[in-house]
Design a protein around this ligand. Structure first.
Ligand SMILES: Cc1cc2nc3c(=O)[nH]c(=O)nc-3n(C[C@H](O)[C@H](O)[C@H](O)COP(=O)(O)OP(=O)(O)OC[C@H]3O[C@@H](n4cnc5c(N)ncnc54)[C@H](O)[C@@H]3O)c2cc1C
Length: 400
């Protein structure tokens, strides 16, 4: 089976690695000119994401990517009072792994490097613009005119997926949420934090964690108009930092101290809400990761879900000889879980936006909300990929 993976990000690189490890072949077509230009700030791999990597013998990737472990979250109000917590000290015992924070670019580079070392071919500068069926298979055409024939095409090309648009022209588009996520890192004179520290600030939500005198911070900047697709790639760093510092100027000293120290590059990406798709697959095309179910950054599950998808799809494509059965089996196994987590992330994101306006309501209801969230988190973290062979069960008559 000739498999073309469109998009060599987190999902695409993991999928290609897992396929090659299982003896299948895949080519990755990636729009960006090389791995080093993929960028991003930082992200968290949840215990389920770490366990998914372990299942394909990539358990050392988080550490190799410079990740550091955290044990839960503390929530503070705008006066700095701790109002709630999600303890994570038992995560290692309960889930077999802890959450790990790392720079996105490091995780991406590490995954792509492992895939290359396993024999995966990456074609860089390959932006998919057309996808057609010529009877005997699929033909992908790229912006530079290159063509590639394949039996199966996997859309691992992120939230603005071209594979999705070309295969399902009527599929809903992501909707801008009015929030731009910003983040970066800063050298600080602060002790390591065992947990991630979250602040419902007066005008915006803020989070940070410190490891070895480096603070990893993020904030949710409210912005009514949707930024242009490339507008945030070339930020006026100084102007953005001024805006961010102003947003948090009435928040606790530790928040202001981290932002005072943040003189390096700041990453910014608008947050979108993607409605659930009716279908993720046809008989030869399938979506994974953000292309199928972009999840709010507030859930902390984007990269973990993308990795889970990749591992499960690789199993289906290597265990089941019929591609249509493999893709249908994969979607049947994954869709409900991913969409439940998308709904959860949406609720948290809405809450962060509402919090600036209604701090009393938020303080009063946060405990209840976190208890609900605690249950969801247990379900998310405890997921383990079933290692049994994947086969579509056919009716008796068909089997003979
Ligand atoms: C540049 C960048 C920075 C990010 N920064 C952060 C961050 O700081 N924090 C965070 O939590 N999440 C960040 N994310 C999102 C996070 O990586 C994803 O939510 C998650 O990892 C899911 O991974 P994915 O592989 O599905 O999608 P992505 O990681 O978005 O990967 C999609 C890949 O497809 C490629 N692609 C897109 N269109 C085409 C096309 N037409 N043809 C070929 N290739 C194409 C993209 O260049 C990209 O490499 C970032 C994503 C990107 C692309």
């Amino acid at each position: 089976m000739k498999i073309l993976v469109v998009g060599g990000g987190i999902a695409g690189s993991t999928l290609a690695y897992a396929l090659h490890r299982a003896g299948a072949q895949a080519v990755v077509a990636e729009a960006r000119p090389d791995i080093g230009t993929t960028g991003g700030a930082f992200l968290t791999l949840a215990p389920n994401g770490v366990n998914a990597l372990r299942s394909i013998r990539l358990g050392d990737v988080p550490a190799a990517a410079g990740g550091f472990e955290l044990s839960g979250l503390d929530f503070h109000n705008a006066r700095g009072r701790r109002i709630a917590e999600i303890p994570g000290e038992n995560d290692q015992v309960t889930y077999g792994a802890r959450s790990v924070v790392m720079r996105r670019a490091n995780l991406h580079t590490e995954l792509a490097t492992r895939a290359r070392a396993a024999g995966v071919r990456y074609v860089h500068g390959a932006r998919l613009v057309e996808l057609g069926d010529h009877g005997a298979g699929l033909r992908a055409t790229f912006a530079d005119g290159q063509e590639f024939d394949a039996d199966v095409v996997i859309g691992a090309d992120g939230i603005w997926s071209a594979v999705r648009r070309l295969t399902w022209p009527d599929a809903p588009s992501p909707a801008y949420t009015g929030i731009v996520d910003c983040g970066g890192w800063a050298s600080v004179d602060l002790p390591d934090t065992a947990r991630q520290q979250m602040y419902f600030g007066r005008r915006a939500f803020f989070g940070y964690a410190v490891k070895d005198s480096t603070a990893y911070w993020f904030t949710n900047v409210p912005r009514a108009d949707e930024p242009g697709r490339t507008e945030l790639d070339d930020l006026d760093q100084r102007a953005w930092m001024d805006t961010i510092r102003r947003l948090h100027s009435d928040d606790p000293e530790v928040v202001r101290a981290v932002l005072r120290a943040a003189d390096g590059a700041v990453g910014a990406w608008p947050v979108y809400d993607m409605p659930a798709l009716t279908a993720w697959n046809t008989d030869r095309v399938c979506l994974i990761g953000d292309a199928a179910h972009a999840v709010s950054p507030s859930s902390g599950q984007g990269a973990s879900l993308a990795i889970e998808d990749a591992v499960v799809l690789a199993r289906w494509l290597t265990d089941e000889a019929d591609p249509t059965a493999a893709l249908t089996g994969f979607v049947g196994e994954r869709k409900a879980r991913a969409e439940k987590i998308v709904r959860f992330g949406r609720q948290i994101g809405d809450r962060k936006v509402a919090s600036a306006a209604g701090s009393l309501f938020r303080d009063l209801t946060l405990g209840f909300f976190l208890r609900m969230g605690g249950k969801a988190t247990t379900e998310q973290y405890s997921y383990r990929i079933d290692e049994r062979p994947r086969r579509v069960t056919r009716p008796e008559a068909e089997r003979v």
